[in-house]
Design a binder for this molecule. Structure first.
Ligand SMILES: CC(C)(COP(=O)(O)OP(=O)(O)OC[C@H]1O[C@@H](n2cnc3c(N)ncnc32)[C@H](O)[C@@H]1OP(=O)(O)O)[C@@H](O)C(=O)NCCC(=O)NCCS
Length: 325
């Protein structure tokens, strides 16, 4: 047995933060941000919104799309680097809010590669007989871990959630392969130092380090292009496909220049590369399922389409998934 994507859904909070809004917070310009990243605006939740709330919204839409009730879900996996709490998992909060009483739930921590990792784990669990139906969610409220005085990072990210329903199917259909990698030696290029045991601070949290994203942009950029390119080509080679077989390529939406460079490396022309970065920025683990849901709505990944997805993120981590929709 294998697994297929039988439903997709997304949720973007209504509040828009434009590049012009950021000009009021840091020394930057709309022109610089568009030029260097391709981002025009991003979404930001109302303060105090938990990640599970937006995950649930995306999940409900994915379940509706699949025509499946929450009772029928066996596995819930949430990929996030901005969980509701240290524990329990955000997936447990999603479970109770959805009333998915028959599921077991857990989070995956693989930063912006989290959705590909979660897809890989859910698929493996279904193949191992540990459930027939999985809800795989990427949900992030990155605005809670951004330093809005650091122009290197605060311009890049946005809040949002996306979800897919995976259901059992014959082997060789649906999700054809997942490839996941990490290199912990490179953790320092992209990390959030606060909130863990390394820099725990006092239990009341007052003297801990700031819980914000710290990044070496240029190093991350180079690795993103190389690794996403490699892991995408690997997915095609392992399955006996070429770049010409791909109907839609959905790379992690981090920077337009990264997306274009990876597209070139893999050899997929721009009209078959999905890009919605300008409207959402980098939503980390949510970026691929949001893109997938929008692509589906736009009729760009109909039933039978071959869709290649690739991501990279803190860890460093990276991965790809090849799916027959
Ligand atoms: C962060 C990133 C946009 C920076 O773009 P860049 O073209 O590499 O820019 P540089 O870091 O070389 O900086 C160039 C100049 O712009 C300045 N700059 C940086 N951010 C700026 C901003 N928001 N507005 C205006 N100027 C800015 C720098 O200070 C530097 O100035 P200097 O030349 O006077 O020193 C780019 O490196 C990137 O996207 N990296 C990948 C990050 C990523 O995807 N992270 C998430 C991974 S999941």
């Amino acid at each position: 047995m294998g697994s297929r994507i039988s439903g997709v859904g997304m949720y973007a909070p209504p509040r828009i933060m434009s590049n012009k809004d950021l000009e009021k917070l840091v020394e930057t310009s709309d022109e610089w941000i568009r030029d260097r990243t391709g981002i025009e605006e991003r979404r930001v939740v109302k303060q105090g919104t938990p990640t599970s709330d937006i995950g649930v919204e995306a999940a409900k839409r994915a379940l509706d799309d699949a025509g499946i009730s929450p009772d029928a879900v066996d596995i819930i996996i949430v990929a996030t680097l901005t969980p509701d709490m240290l524990f329990p998992s955000t997936a447990c909060f999603v479970q109770t809010k959805l009333r998915a009483r028959n599921a077991y739930a857990m989070d995956i921590s693989a930063a912006c590669s989290g959705f590909i990792y979660a897809l890989s784990v859910a698929d493996a669990l279904i193949r191992a007989g540990r459930g027939k139906t999985a809800l795989v969610i990427g949900a992030e409220i990155i605005s809670t871990i951004l330093d809005y005085t650091d122009r290197n990072t605060c311009i890049l990210f946005g809040d949002g959630a996306g979800a897919v329903v995976l259901t059992e199917c014959p082997d060789g259909e649906g999700l054809l392969s997942c490839h996941t990698y990490s290199d912990g030696d490179l953790w320092g290029y992209l990390h959030g130092p606060g909130g863990g045991t390394v820099a725990a601070g006092a239990p009341d949290g007052e003297d801990g380090p700031k819980r914000v994203i710290t990044m070496s942009g240029n190093e991350v950029f180079k690795h993103a292009v190389t690794r996403m390119g490699e892991v995408s080509l690997e997915a095609l080679a392992v399955n006996g496909f070429t770049k010409d077989d791909v109907d839609l390529f959905i790379p992690h939406q981090a920077n337009l220049r990264i997306i274009k460079s990876v597209g070139k490396r893999v050899g997929i022309p721009e009209e078959r590369v999905f890009i919605n970065l300008s409207r959402y920025g980098n939503t980390s683990a949510a970026s691929i399922p949001i893109a997938l849901a929008e692509a589906r709505e736009q009729g760009r990944c109909k039933s039978g389409a071959l869709v290649l997805m690739a991501a990279f993120g803190g860890g460093l981590t990276w991965g790809s998934a090849l799916v027959r929709m």
